[in-house]
Structures are given as C-alpha cells and as structure tokens.
Design a protein around this ligand. Structure first.
Ligand code: PLP
Length: 407
C-alpha cells in the first residue's frame, strides 16, 4: 500500500500532465495535424546550436576525472563563478560563487530552498494564479500554502490583500515573473510595493520573511519589456532560475539558486541549501549540463518565434471575442473562459480537439491557459477551432451556451 499522503496526490495528479498524455492519445486517434495541444509548457524552439556544440566538445575533450564524478553539492565552483559573473554583468549585482547553488531545474531549486527555510507549520504565500506545483513543494516540507486571491483586472499581486495575509508564521513568499500562467511581468512599482509590505511586517513581528523569485521565464519577454532584478528591491530575496525555457532544456534539469549576502543568515542558508541538495537525493545538479551552461552562458533561444505565435494568437482570439491578459513574457495566454465553469469550457474545447488547461489548476477559476510554445503552423491550423468554439458560445442560450452547438 502506498502512503496515504501519496494516495491523494496520485488521485489528484497534475491536470496538465494528464492532458499532455491525453493529447498524445488523441493525436494517435485523429492524426497529429488534427489535434491542437496547448496544454504543456514544453518549448517548441530548439536549443541554440552552441548547446549542441558544447555537449559534443565537452564529451570529446573531457580530461580524466573531470566530468563524471561527485563534486561539491552546490556544483562546480568555476561554473558557479561564471553564473555569478554573468549576473553581475547583466544586473550590476556583486555575486560570487559563494552565492550560487546549481540545481536540478527550477523545481529542484524551489524544493531545495523551501527545505532550507521552512519548518512544518510555517506559511508560504503565493499569488493566484500560480504554478500549481508550488502547493506540492510547500507540502513536501510540511508548510502551509497561503493564497492571495487574483486581481483579474491586472493579474499583478493584490498588495493590500497580500499584506493582510502575512502573519508571524509567514516564512516565505513566492513570486513568478514573467508569469506562468498569465504572461504578465511585474513592474518595479509592484516589486517596491511587495518589498514595503514585507519590510513593514518583518518589523511588526520581528521575523525574517524571504522572497523567493521563481524566474524560469526571465529571458522570454517581448517588446523590449524589462524584468527588474528582484534582489535590488528586497534584501531577503532568493532567486530561482532555470534553463528549461531560456535554453529549451527542460529534460536536462539544470538551473541555479542565488542566495545574496544581503539576505539575513545568507551563509547558513547557503549551507542549508547545500545539505538540502544532498539529502533530497539530488546530490548535485547534472555535471555535463553544468559544464554546458558555463560555455553557453550568453546563448539565447529564438524568442522571436514565440513572439510571432503570441501576436498571431492574441490578434485572432481577440477578434473572435476572447479576453486575455496582456502577455508581455513567458509563453502563455490566460484567457477568460466563455462560461463560468472553466473545466466545462476546457471540455467543450476538447470536443474540437483543442487542449487548454482550466484556470482552476492555477487557483484562478473562470480562465484557461493556452501554452503557445508550439509550432506556428499548429496555431494556424487551430484558429478555426478557436473561432468555432467562440461561435458555439455566442450562439448559445443564456445558460452559458451549453445548448448552443453550431451544427
Ligand atoms: N516554475 C514555473 C513557474 C514553471 O512554469 C515551471 C515549469 O513549467 C517550473 C517552475 C519548473 O521548471 P523546471 O523545468 O526548471 O523545473
């Protein structure tokens, strides 16, 4: 018999993953070209050529005992130095290798930092809509997830609601910008507002609260939008980064944490993150991928392709009557469901072979997420289905269009 805790998790297993599996089955049944799978944030753009070259070169030219062995749990020192130097150059920060822990993607990094910071019973605040796995990561360390309800006008954090939810037990706050699932990028003003609220509450309660900035989409922004570097606004900030999206390497599992000296107990947190990396069973981030990152520190994926997809979808969906948040970054559109029940709406979409994820999976019912990290051609092929879906609802009856099937 499996653990009771796992029983619940297995039964409520990720809707997104389930849809992805369903999409594969549907493609086998209806043909690849007739299924429009917008469910998973799996990058369609290939990794940059430098990555392939780096892998080959490292494998061919490795020195004996330099690639495949155990290492410091935080990762290779020279790789961490390269990461720190690159951040300093881009953001005017002053990090060294002592501030960097290489991680098994953003997911690994978040689990490591939560293990390092959170005691059972501590609270971790998140802003709806949010990446649903946060709840599981917080539960992994016995913490309690506290959700700030969404501001569906702007999809920015609702600052007064946030401040009201900070208690003596609040240990960490997770933000994600550019955001999954909305694509919004937090402005400097919002970050200052978050920092002010946290500073006030730290003073009021005499506690330390850590801001964890989960940033796998930092490089994926459009129209020259700037993504402010969060450590500049709040001293107790820890950054979690990943190359899953920025270099299209989600299967390779590589990322890092930044633990700045300015954070309270930075040295101890670094030691705790080191130990957490070991005892969670990661031991260290994959060695080959660390070496690849060091060589490809300035490499970029073709963001233009995502931008083309974004423009095509936004233009057409708005024309068909859909409402969506202004997506400045990441590769998701968060679209208002055409009936209050987002799961029913996603089911209706599925009848047209359109796979989208209900907003409830991100604690924001009434919306669906469309991941546009797919091929441009698939979007072109999917547009008539999106139009037909909108027509079904616009021709529907007052009960939300359920009887309004267009024939
Ligand atoms: N955080 C957010 C907001 C994500 O969207 C994802 C993946 O989609 C992750 C973390 C996990 O990323 P990784 O593949 O780097 O573990």
């Amino acid at each position: 018999m499996i653990a009771k805790q796992m029983e619940e998790l297995v039964n409520g297993s990720s809707v997104i993953r389930a849809m992805f599996e369903e999409g594969k089955k549907m493609a086998a049944e209806y043909g690849e070209d007739n299924v429009f799978d917008f469910s998973l944030g799996n990058p369609s753009v290939e990794p940059p050529e430098e990555v392939r070259q780096a892998v080959i070169d490292i494998i061919e030219n490795e020195k004996p005992n330099e690639l495949h062995g155990y290492m410091n749990n935080s990762g290779y020192e020279d790789v961490r130095r390269t990461v720190a130097d690159s951040l300093n150059q881009k953001h005017g920060t002053h990090f060294t290798e002592e501030n960097i822990v290489m991680t098994v993607g953003a997911a690994g990094g978040l689990n490591v930092i939560l293990k390092a910071l959170v005691d059972p019973g501590d609270e971790v605040i998140v802003f709806a809509p949010f990446f649903g796995e946060y709840r599981n990561y917080v539960a992994n360390v016995g913490g309690t997830t506290v959700v700030v309800p969404p501001d569906t006008e702007t999809f920015m954090p609702d600052l007064p609601e946030f401040e009201r939810r900070i208690t003596r037990r609040t240990k960490a706050v997770i933000i994600n910008t550019p955001n999954n699932p909305t694509g919004v990028v937090y402005s400097e003003e919002v970050l200052r507002g978050l920092a002010d609220a946290m500073t006030r509450k730290q003073e009021e309660y005499g506690t330390d609260i850590y801001l964890i900035s989960d940033e796998p989409y930092r490089e994926l922004v459009y129209n020259g939008v700037k993504v402010p570097y969060v450590t500049k606004y709040f001293a107790n900030t820890i950054v979690g980064y990943s190359y899953s999206k920025s270099l299209s390497l989600p299967g390779e599992r590589i990322g890092y944490l930044v633990i700045p000296d300015e954070a309270v107990d930075a040295g101890r947190i670094m030691s705790a993150a080191n130990v957490a990396t070991r005892i969670l069973g990661f031991v260290n981030a994959p060695s080959l991928q660390q070496r690849v990152i060091a060589r490809c520190i300035d490499a970029k994926v073709d963001v233009e392709s995502y931008d083309r997809n974004r423009l095509l979808l936004v233009e057409h969906l708005r024309k068909y009557g859909y409402e969506c948040a202004s997506p400045d970054g990441a590769f998701y559109l968060f679209v208002k469901s055409l009936e209050p029940d987002d799961a029913a709406f996603a089911a209706k979409a599925k009848e047209l072979n359109l796979l989208v994820v209900p907003g409830s999976s991100f604690a924001c019912p009434g919306y669906v997420r469309i991941a546009y990290c797919v091929s441009y051609d698939m979007i072109v092929r999917a547009l008539p289905a999106f139009e037909k879906l909108a027509d079904i609802y616009s021709l529907g009856t007052e009960d939300g269009g359920k009887d309004g099937q267009k024939t």
